[in-house]
Design a protein around this ligand. Structure first.
Ligand code: CA
Length: 328
């Protein structure tokens, strides 16, 4: 593990395979779903692509301090005896630290312990952080026929405790390894911080809640950064592609990377954002001459500027007839 920490802290080694447990895995109970008779080892490239653009997610899109970006990718190849994280279950302390602060140490310790205790882990992998919402990062990983599942997490930065990731993606299909798998990613809430918006201050959720998917309607609160009541579904906020590498091959085949723009999947999502205004102020004083109708005015202000052809803002002031008071 010392070696593992060192490698991770160097931030340079993209491909790491550090916990290799080959000895006794066969004496563990194995569920039917995890029987893999493919070749023992397979290598994959994994490419994480952010799709967190201001066009796709115009509401409260973080532009400064910090602008929208992604943490490093932290992942593990494992058997069905281990779960890094799971929807509707409680996040481990490690996942909490990673989702809230991008700190990997506790999570790596948990993975190491699972590897030692129940030999459910084959290796850890990590890829560098992504400095923009739409950037890309990649690394390689190795799966084993008894550890054919891939899980990872990437923190959404900035956010209270939000992340994207994959839970137990099976790369084996009977007697063969899958050639290529792409998965659209959507935001999750780790259930450990109650902030509503990307830049909410720290506010621990007590008691801790389970991990939930954030959708355009849940949590159902207009203040939520992903709340788009007119949408049916959020556009994907990221995408991950795993491509099986040939033996001794390093890096992602160019053909797999250069076809962006030709796929419907990669079209740019434009999410309309409607204008939101405050409630009306109370009516102002009635002004006018005695004996004649006067005018009073009330105002409201813009809470959210519209974007991408969302409904424009309505009038921000309104006048009404009234009877002047204290007139001369
Ligand atoms: Ca939360």
């Amino acid at each position: 593990m010392e070696k593992l920490m060192l490698v991770y802290s160097s931030c340079e080694v993209i491909w790491t395979l550090l916990l290799t447990i080959l000895g006794c895995a066969s004496c563990l109970p194995v569920g039917d779903e995890s029987i893999c008779t493919a070749e023992e080892l397979a290598k994959y490239s994994i490419v994480f692509t952010g799709k967190w653009s201001q066009t796709a997610f115009p509401k409260q899109y973080p532009l400064y301090r910090p602008p929208a970006q992604w943490s490093s990718v932290l992942g593990v190849t494992h058997s069905s005896d281990y779960n890094m994280w799971k929807k509707n279950e409680y996040a481990s302390n490690g996942v909490r630290d990673f989702a809230e602060k991008g700190e990997a140490w506790v999570l790596m310790k948990e993975i190491e312990e699972a590897g030692e205790r129940i030999q459910s882990v084959h290796g850890i992998f990590s890829a560098p952080a992504v400095s923009t919402g739409t950037g890309e990062t990649s690394t390689e990983l190795e799966v084993h026929s008894r550890h054919q599942l891939v899980s990872f997490v990437v923190r959404i930065v900035p956010s209270p405790d939000w992340f994207v990731g994959i839970d137990s993606l099976n790369l084996c299909e009977g007697n063969r390894w899958k050639e290529e798998v792409s998965v659209d990613l959507f935001p999750y809430d780790a259930g450990t911080d109650s902030g509503f918006t990307f830049s909410s201050p720290n506010f621990a959720t007590i008691p801790q809640d389970t991990i939930t998917e954030i959708t355009c309607s849940s949590p159902s609160h207009p203040a939520n950064s992903f709340y788009y009541p007119k949408l049916k579904n959020l556009p994907p906020i990221a995408r991950v592609t795993l491509v099986k590498l040939k033996k001794n091959q390093r890096g992602v085949p160019a053909s797999k990377l250069n076809r962006k723009g030709n796929e419907i999947d990669d079209s740019v999502s434009e999410t309309p954002l409607d204008c939101e205004v405050s409630l009306w102020s109370s009516w102002g004083l009635c002004r006018g001459r005695c004996g004649k109708p006067g005018t009073k005015i009330r105002t409201r202000f813009i809470l959210l500027q519209p974007a991408n052809n969302g409904s424009p803002c309505p009038n921000l002031d309104e006048a009404a007839e009234c009877e002047p008071e204290n007139c001369v």
